[in-house]
Design a protein around this ligand. Structure first.
Ligand SMILES: Cc1ncc(COP(=O)(O)OP(=O)(O)O)c(N)n1
Ligand SMILES: Cc1nc(C(=O)O)sc1CCOP(=O)(O)O
Ligand SMILES: [Mg+2]
Length: 198
């Protein structure tokens, strides 16, 4: 399966309802600091919405809820992996995207046979505090050489303007949050992303 090249990440169902109809075909639901029952409810609704619109939904962090809700994809970071039951995730037929930031994390990710590998932050991000400085485009090239056919996601400070450079460097997919959610015109921005990654 070839994944879509544009991968927006949202923290609220309302973003999905608003922006998916523009033609988003791959989306992540990344909810933080929210009661588990609310997350569960949101994942169930998001999954129904995505199924109806032919969009791939990736659930961040909440792998057990993703299994229970019959989702297809989950994204986990290295800390999430410490508590995750990978066998259960695979048994439920979920595809698995994994975050990486250095070589040790990449080795760990590759040992789990991921369905994509994300590298970040390619550029500085304002979304969250991270111990990692910007990785740069060269690291995307290094990562692509190391992972071969596994899809590579570039994340962190990505924008429409920076996407072409990430693809040239080796990324297969570009993920973005604030380039869309903090934009004065999120709809216009998503349209530009879709054009730029068509
Ligand atoms: C596509 C993609 N890449 C990286 C991340 C970050 O995951 P993680 O390191 O677990 O951090 P949180 O997003 O959970 O704060 C991601 N969510 N998606
Ligand atoms: C959630 C996340 N993970 C990252 C990583 O490097 O693992 S960077 C990041 C933030 C992405 O948001 P924005 O597009 O606004 O920079
Ligand atoms: Mg996480």
């Amino acid at each position: 399966m070839t994944l879509p090249r544009f991968y927006p990440i949202f923290d609220d169902l309302r973003w999905l309802e608003r922006l998916m109809p523009l033609g988003v075909k791959l989306v992540q639901l990344r909810i933080k600091d929210t009661p588990t029952d609310v997350v569960r409810d949101t994942v169930i609704k998001a999954q129904a919405l995505c199924r109806a619109q032919g969009t791939i939904l990736v659930v961040n962090d909440y792998w057990q809820i993703a299994i229970d809700a019959g989702c297809d994809w989950v994204h986990l970071g290295q800390e999430d992996l410490d508590d995750a039951d990978i066998a259960a995730i695979r048994h439920a037929d979920l595809k698995l995207g994994l975050s990486t930031h250095d070589r040790a994390e990449l080795d760990r990710a590759l040992s789990l046979d991921p369905d994509y590998v994300a590298l970040g932050p390619v550029y500085p991000t304002v979304l969250k505090k991270m111990k990692w400085h910007q990785q740069g485009l060269e690291k995307l090239t290094e990562w692509k050489a190391a992972i071969g056919d596994i899809p590579l996601v570039a994340i962190g400070g990505m924008s429409v303007e920076r996407a072409a450079g990430a693809f040239e460097a080796g990324a297969d997919i570009v993920a973005a949050v604030t380039d869309i959610t903090l934009n004065d015109d999120p709809e216009g921005r998503v349209r530009r992303w879709i054009e730029a990654t068509a």
